[in-house]
Design a protein around this ligand. Structure first.
Ligand code: GUN
Length: 285
């Protein structure tokens, strides 16, 4: 049986958060500035509430300032856009995150495009998306950024590697493909309409699963020795948290794999702090 390496996202995230805290201290001492992150939550979706709380806690622990705006579920788009405009204009705010999904009366793309691209720590604004694909300096979406860091730590370089990204969302799949392309991998984006998903996945030396379907990727879909990054966090009816990859099956084949929980999840929040720090530095350059 293959010896599969577990990719410890918790440890990698702790190390990254410690580096961010040190950098935040230095900015404070040198410039008297505490970088600030504003998180906006509309409505009371329990999962979003958990995310926003843990983001705020990690922000404070890294020595950054955290501001939370909680608006009722019935909030209109115009009111949310007014809040975004005030955060854009607020010199104490370096990063703005509007938690998705938004209630149905609000068009998410209009909100994303209203955020100052220099404060867009989610990296969802078209200006950042365009810069990511065209090689400029961009704020990069946190989850794929964290995945790339884990891949670099696990494999060193990924130049020339066959990479398959399963999922084509704007939050994970598409920016992941952009980052892997920039890192010189050969990238395939596979999705629900792909003709033969198992065959596509089996070609992958690097497989990133981001479809939000519990344990969809079976052991037989994985090439022996492949590095598997599981972005999924799915709650089963029995309460268990599982990824998009059938973990026990994958362990028998993969060369390295991220566990769920404790893999990609902790890196996402650490990368949000990293983006906030980068945004704060860039705005004061
Ligand atoms: N909802 C799920 N993931 C994300 C994310 O990365 N950013 C925001 N703003 N909302 C999310």
């Amino acid at each position: 049986m293959v010896e599969t390496r577990l990719i410890d996202g918790k440890a990698a995230a702790a190390a990254l958060r410690a580096r961010i805290a040190a950098a935040a201290t230095e900015i404070k001492v040198r410039h008297g500035i505490v970088p600030g992150l504003a998180a906006v939550l509309v409505g009371d979706d329990p999962a979003s509430d958990v995310y926003v709380r843990s983001k705020a806690k990690a922000t404070r622990e890294a020595g950054l300032a955290s501001v939370e705006h909680r608006l009722p579920a019935a909030t209109g788009e115009a009111e949310l856009l007014r809040l975004v405009a005030s955060l854009n204009a607020d010199p104490a705010i370096d990063g703005i995150l509007v938690q998705l999904p938004l209630p149905p009366q609000i068009e998410p793309q209009r909100v994303i495009e209203a955020i100052d691209p220099a404060k867009d720590v989610d990296g969802f604004h078209p200006q950042n998306v365009g810069r990511l694909w065209s090689g400029g300096t961009a704020l990069v979406p946190c989850t794929p950024y964290g995945c790339l860091m884990l891949l670099r730590e696990t494999l060193g370089g990924i130049a020339g590697a066959e990479a398959v990204v399963l999922g084509r969302s704007n939050i994970v799949g598409k920016p992941m493909a952009a980052l892997l392309t920039a890192a010189d991998a050969t990238v395939t984006i596979a999705h629900s309409r792909t003709r033969d998903l198992p065959a596509e996945c089996r070609r992958a030396e690097v497989l990133v699963a981001a479809v939000g379907r519990p344990e969809m990727v079976r052991g037989a879909w994985i090439a022996p020795g492949a590095t598997v990054i599981d972005v999924g966090i799915n709650r089963l009816p029995d309460g268990r948290l599982v990824g998009d990859v059938a973990y026990a099956e994958a362990l028998a084949v993969a060369g390295a794999i991220t566990p769920v929980p404790g893999g990609v999840g902790p890196m996402t929040i650490a990368c949000l702090l990293e983006n906030t720090l980068r945004a704060a530095e860039a705005r004061r350059r």
